[in-house]
Design a protein around this ligand. Structure first.
Ligand code: IPE
Ligand code: IPE
Ligand code: MG
Length: 244
């Protein structure tokens, strides 16, 4: 049976987050430069986005560039930024046509100006779309996000908008980049690595984690459906118990 049909429509995760990993190894296996892997990773982004839409997921977050990825060789970083700009150019009409709203989380002010401008155009042109929200984590790091939230809370305490005694977990949640977005129920990481690499640490406190050895450029719609089906077989307890 078709994997999409095996998904229980009543229990589809609202928000799925993906650590797209393995582009470099995929290229190396083919005797090519790492950038070739990133270029082929764009196709997998299309596959994941289309599958998320078909499965009825409302928010899809893709980890595209971490605050630590600046440590890579200059030509790889520049190639990734260029690829981002090109992909926005080629995909924007498809996003609009399919009702996909683009959002960015991360320190966008640290990105090259040309990238910032392109992103803003795409954000504005898709702002009315409501089938699926595609959140791209760019220059994103969870530690940076939490430090930014702490700084803003301190500023608001100084200017009287917030009282230190009122700071609760839900206050912190409201100061994150993802303030208006529900936390992901499911996180997928490709390439066989089993770590979080500074991704959504606060938001994933109770996410189900799905790891697959598939390298990101090979990720298909079926791989996405398999992760959702795996999620639907998990028993989520949230610290309680389901037996009485
Ligand atoms: C993920 O693939 C893409 C980015 C981090 C931008 P990698 O480039 O990390 O690929 P591997 O892990 O080296 O194979
Ligand atoms: C995580 O992958 C970041 C992105 C996918 C953008 P990395 O490949 O950078 O993570 P590590 O270095 O293996 O932890
Ligand atoms: Mg990697």
């Amino acid at each position: 049976m078709d994997l999409l049909e095996q998904i229980d429509r009543q229990r589809v995760p609202q928000h799925v987050a993906i650590i797209m990993d393995g582009n470099g190894r995929w290229a190396q296996q083919r005797g090519n430069k790492r950038l070739y892997g990133h270029e082929n990773g764009v196709n997998a982004v299309r596959q994941a986005t289309e599958a998320a839409g078909k499965a009825g997921v409302k928010y899809l977050t893709l980890y595209a560039f971490s605050t630590e990825n600046w440590n890579r060789p200059k030509d790889e970083v520049e190639g990734l930024m260029l690829l981002l700009v090109e992909s926005i150019n080629t995909e924007l009409q498809t996003l609009i046509k399919n009702g996909i709203q683009l959002r960015i989380i991360g320190q966008t002010q640290g990105l090259p100006l040309q990238v910032q401008q392109k992103l803003q155009v795409a954000i504005d042109k898709t702002a009315h779309c409501e089938t699926l929200t595609l959140i791209v984590a760019l220059n994103y790091g969870a530690h940076q996000e939490l430090a930014d939230a702490a700084r803003q809370m301190a500023i608001d305490c100084l200017n009287g908008k917030l009282s230190p005694n009122d700071i609760s977990p839900s206050t912190v949640q409201q100061y994150l980049y993802t303030a208006s977005i529900p936390n992901p129920e499911l996180m997928i990481r490709t390439s066989g690595e089993h770590r979080l690499s500074n991704f959504l640490l606060w938001q994933m406190a109770y996410s189900e984690l799905h790891f697959t050895p598939v390298l990101w450029p090979d990720f298909t719609q079926d791989d996405f459906y398999k992760a959702v089906i795996d999620f639907q077989h998990r028993e989520r307890r949230f610290g309680g118990t389901t037996s009485v």
